[in-house]
Design a protein around this ligand. Structure first.
Ligand code: SF4
Length: 406
């Protein structure tokens, strides 16, 4: 059985943007209590999973896209040895047209790497490494239930450089109970000392159903006040700007170089924010070929079983209406520092952004949450703190009514 992307692919054939491949590795050594990504800790299914993954790629192959990113995420891809990751990369090259200068990223957890392994990953053609540091402070790491220490995080970054990675991204988390502005600045300072090309700074969120959220509801710990979290967010932007990093998305920063703007922003992640097509492989992975989104089942056992039975492990497909596509374009556009390109929005939806949202824009501009200039509509720093509420103002009942009429 082959994946039936036909209609969406035909609609995309005249588009010039390249597509991305995302591979979800659904294994972790231990579940972090704040995490709601799909992964399991039973390592016994690793081998059948890799076999199923290669088969899923084979069953999907022959799509007429040109891919310029391959992102191996998870879960914890670094629970796999270079030999397995190498098989996966080879299969991707065998079944898909991947450009010679593709960005190939692997996510690693500092508690699962060693120098030889990172050198082997680099030798496979992986040219970008994203290290899940989260913090260099052992107290914060302990609260987050991470399997590694601050020392492990330092070593992982050092080994990545020694292995030859020239594009290194670090993930950090702020808003952790017990954290102070001082301790967060310590993390940021430590991070920039490594001169990573990319930094992702995520605000800790309490996802419904996670053990950490349950503990929060029981009052087991005190969350940080909203004003402190806002302060940490603003501190992050200010600190990173003064250390040569450009914020190009709400949580993402790229080191600016002499070669131009955003030299090392994540090419793959930018696809998610710009409606570019991507195919996802592995349990729970999502694919998007406008206007349709597909996602795989959220179970390793079911995933393997379905593929062994010759079926694709698709859980569901959702075709977005024009109205839903507009809503996504607004939400994703507002996440980006340079915001929504109004001309592109008008051309894409054959409408007038200013006519539809004029009232909301005027209101938000007065509040200093939004700025419209040079044909772009973007959130201010203050507005970024309220992204969700602002996006929902754009898509409120009243405005969705207007969208429908246009
Ligand atoms: S290691 Fe990453 S994917 Fe795994 S449970 Fe922790 S945060 Fe989630």
């Amino acid at each position: 059985m082959r994946r039936s992307f036909d209609r969406e692919i035909v609609m995309h054939l005249n588009q010039t943007e390249s597509a991305g491949i995302y591979v979800h590795i659904p294994f972790c050594i231990q579940k972090c209590p704040y995490c709601d990504f799909f992964s399991i800790t039973d390592q016994s299914l690793k081998q059948p999973f890799i076999e199923a993954l290669l088969r899923e790629m084979d069953m999907t192959g022959n799509v007429p896209f040109f891919f310029d990113t391959l992102y191996i995420g998870g879960g914890t891809p670094s629970v796999f040895k270079a030999g397995d990751i190498g098989q996966l990369i080879k299969a991707a090259h065998r079944f898909f047209k991947i450009s010679a200068n593709a960005e190939i990223t692997i996510e690693v957890n500092p508690g699962t790497v060693n120098p030889e392994q990172l050198t082997s990953y680099q030798g496979l053609g992986i040219n970008r490494i994203s290290i899940g540091v989260q913090s260099f402070d052992d107290r914060a790491l302990n609260f987050l239930g991470r399997i590694h220490s601050g020392k492990d995080a330092n070593l992982a970054v050092k080994w990545a450089r020694e292995a030859g990675f020239e594009n290194v991204g670090l993930d950090l988390i702020y808003g952790i109970p017990g954290q102070t502005k001082r301790s967060w600045l310590f993390d940021l300072q430590r991070a920039v000392e490594f001169e990573p090309e990319h930094l992702s700074c995520y605000m800790l969120t309490y996802e419904a159903g996670t053990p950490m959220d349950k503990d929060r509801q029981k009052g087991s710990f005190c969350t940080l006040s909203e004003s402190l979290v806002s302060d940490l967010f603003e501190t992050t932007i200010e600190f990173l700007n003064t250390h040569g990093y450009v914020q190009y998305e709400i949580s993402n920063f790229a080191r600016s170089g002499s070669g131009g703007f955003e030299p090392k922003s994540s090419r793959h992640n930018r696809k998610y924010w710009s409606f570019a097509p991507y195919l996802g492989f592995g349990p729970s992975a999502h694919s998007f070929i406008e206007p349709a989104r597909y996602w795989n089942c959220r179970s390793v056992k079911k995933y393997i079983k379905e593929i062994e039975a010759g079926m694709l492990p698709l859980e569901e497909k959702e075709v977005l209406s024009r109205e839903q596509c507009m809503i996504e374009a607004i939400y994703l556009g507002l996440r980006k520092r340079d915001g929504i390109c109004i001309d592109a929005f008008d051309r894409k939806f054959d409408t007038s952004f200013n006519r539809i949202f004029g009232e909301t824009i005027t209101y938000l501009e007065k509040k200093k949450f939004l700025k419209v200039a040079q044909n772009r509509c973007a959130l201010t720093l203050q507005g970024m703190l309220f992204l969700d509420s602002i996006a929902s103002m754009f898509i409120s009942q009243e405005f969705s009514g207007i969208i429908r009429k246009n």
